[in-house]
Design a protein around this ligand. Sequence first.
Ligand code: ADP
Ligand code: MG
Length: 275
Amino acid sequence: MTNDTEPMTMTQTPDTALSTSTSACPSAADDPRPVIIRTLRLCKSYHTGSVTTEALRGVNVVIYRGELIAVMGPSGSGKTTFFNMIGGLDSPTSGRVFIDEVDVAQLNAVELAFLRCHKIGYVFQSYNLVQYMTALENVTVPMIFAGLPHEEAQQRGMALLKLVGLEDRWHHRPLQMSGGQQQRVAIARSLANEPAILLCDEPTANLDLKTGREILDLLVRLNHERGVTIVCATHDHRLLKRCDRMMWIRDGSIERIRRREEVAIEVGSIDGEHE
Ligand code: ADP
Ligand code: MG
């Protein structure tokens, strides 16, 4: 079930319609911000028995610090695989991922753990909260891993719960909260160690439309107010209308990358990803 299905049309304006992207990302070449994520000929194959699936086929992408990027593409197109690769959660079959121009493949286990703990926050479709822990405990777990003293973790945890509008629920366990509230806790947890990057893989897929939009509003606010670089898989126009760029993945390749201004987003017509 997804709430990303509200019909919409995305039309390329005539002057950009011809500049499709087999190169890295032509429409951002003049961005003055530092590069925070870069992939080079990124490939990932899965082998299941005798079947090989090429989930990513040579993805070249450059993402700048502070960007808000929407990732779109049909189910099975490689979005989650892409997130797993740039998040250092799984290794590519070939190709490279650079975070802050550091080649992730060159990191040892400790450095990789540091990267995952400090630099990148993860928000998934399923909230992945620890059921027997309170909201506050869930949010402070990554801080404890990072070695923050208990008092400080508690204070920062409460501040993050306040940021996501849940300070009065700090003692609730996941089962005592709605899906939207659980996702808010997951977002607060993702921010525990003040990551520069937030990777959100269909964060509203299990939520109703209204709640999903509140979550997307929160992500947009985090991007605008805190400058967190956000890469978010969604088709919801709530985020599309306010992102910097949109990226379409199809069959493991980047089909297009466009700046928001280059795409007309209209609600009420056919979903643009199938145009
Ligand atoms: P999306 O997130 O866009 O739905 P995925 O990245 O999950 O796409 O999947 C891309 C392709 O890789 C699909 O064909 C999927 O079946 C396959 N795939 C994903 N994960 C695995 C896995 N662990 N083992 C085998 N095949 C996989
Ligand atoms: Mg997926």
